[in-house]
Structure formats: structure tokens, C-alpha cells
Design a protein around this ligand. Sequence first.
Ligand code: FES
Length: 249
Amino acid sequence: MQNSFQIENPNPSFLETSRRDFWWIEPFFTAIGLLAFVIYSTWAAFQNEHYQWESYLSPFYAPLLEYDWWPFSPAFLILWAPAGFRLTCYYYRKAYYRSLFLTPSACAVGGRPQNYRGERFLLLFQNLHRYFLYIALVFCVILSYDAYISFTFKDGLGIGVGTVIMTLNAVFLTAFTFGCNSLRHLVGGNVDCYSCVNFGHQRYQAWKFVNIFNMNHMMWAWISLFWVGFTDLYIRLVSMGIITDYRIL
Ligand code: FES
């Protein structure tokens, strides 16, 4: 449906709008947040050190890989999977198309001139989202296991600040993954009548469960993005001796 601005001006020029509100705030801060994460995670992946302390392991380097044949940081063997999952996520597409590609930046705001020539390059790549979801589900298990291991210390079981941070990281990533639109379709989609298909009741319950997370998918996307970077930073600083891990129990 066209709004009055589009009806009066069907071909607005770049960033032209009659909106009087602060429409640019959301794409502006979205761009800052996304770029900050990309810069930090790339830097952290190149470091190839200080990603482990006692039983704590940075999520950027999980699972722990130690191969002689790979001369670069092991993070590069790992990060393509979560990066691909987020890059092809339906919410993140909206976020970076609006904030970074400006196509357009917001409703009723003129976008960057387009020359659409069908589904190519990035658009084609985004069709892989369902497959990245399968890998992301495996990562939920891996990070949950790492969180479980973080309860162990040299002198036995315990809870440090890092334990809490790593556990929350696994929880937030799982909440983000469980709200995935592809997962929602996988468990409950393609069905016109739940009571007419095998396991219809179970599928309906699974679909309702996924909806709980799906309703706040954007929120989980940002919380999990921030927290995974924060988890790496915390373990890095502890490993470098800049801060001390406080033992709660
Ligand atoms: S739609 Fe966002 S993770 Fe799948």
C-alpha cells in the first residue's frame, strides 16, 4: 500500500522525504552497532591468542580446534558459520539493507538508486539461511557444553563471573536461534491443518514455542550479538591479566 508521500512523489530522490520525525536515528545506530561488531570480531579473530583462560573459552574460538595444517587463526575455520547465519537472517537483512545499503533507509524515505536485475550475488546467497540454521543449532549445543565446562576450575567445581557470562551467552544465542523464521517454518510451516497431519499436536506445540522467541527476534539478535562480543572481550582481558575473574562460589 502506498502512503501519501509515495502517491505525491512516486520516485523520490536519494534520502528525500516529507517525514518530520527522527527517522534516521534507527538506521544510524543500527549501522554503528553492526560495524562495531564486525570490526571487533574481525580483530579478535586475527589475534589467535588470549581466547582461553582456565576452563573459559571464547565463543569466537569454539569449538577448540588445534590443527597443525592450518597456519592461520582457528577462528577463521569457525566464524564463517555464525557470520553466515546472521548475514542471511531475515531480521539482519532488513537491518543492513536499511542502515548500510540505504535501500531505502526507512519507510517513505527515498532510497539509493537501484538497478535490480534479478536474484543474484548476496540475494542468492541468502537462500542458504535454512542450512546455516542447521549449523547454528549445532553451535547452540557446543556453546552450551562450553558453558557447562566453565563451572570447573583447578580446585573443583565453582562459579566465576566468566561462568555466568558464558552461560548467558549460550542462553542468548539459543534464544536468538530458536526464534529463527526458518525454524518456525521447519517445525510448523507447510501445514494447513495440524489435526490432519502426523504429529500435528507436537508440531503445533513446537510452533507455539518457537513463536515465543520469534516475537522478539530483533531483541534477541541484538542481545546475542552484543553478548558474544562481550564474552570474548571478558575472557581476553582475564587471559591477558588486565582484569581478574571474580569467583562467586
Ligand atoms: S530469521 Fe533470523 S536467525 Fe533465522
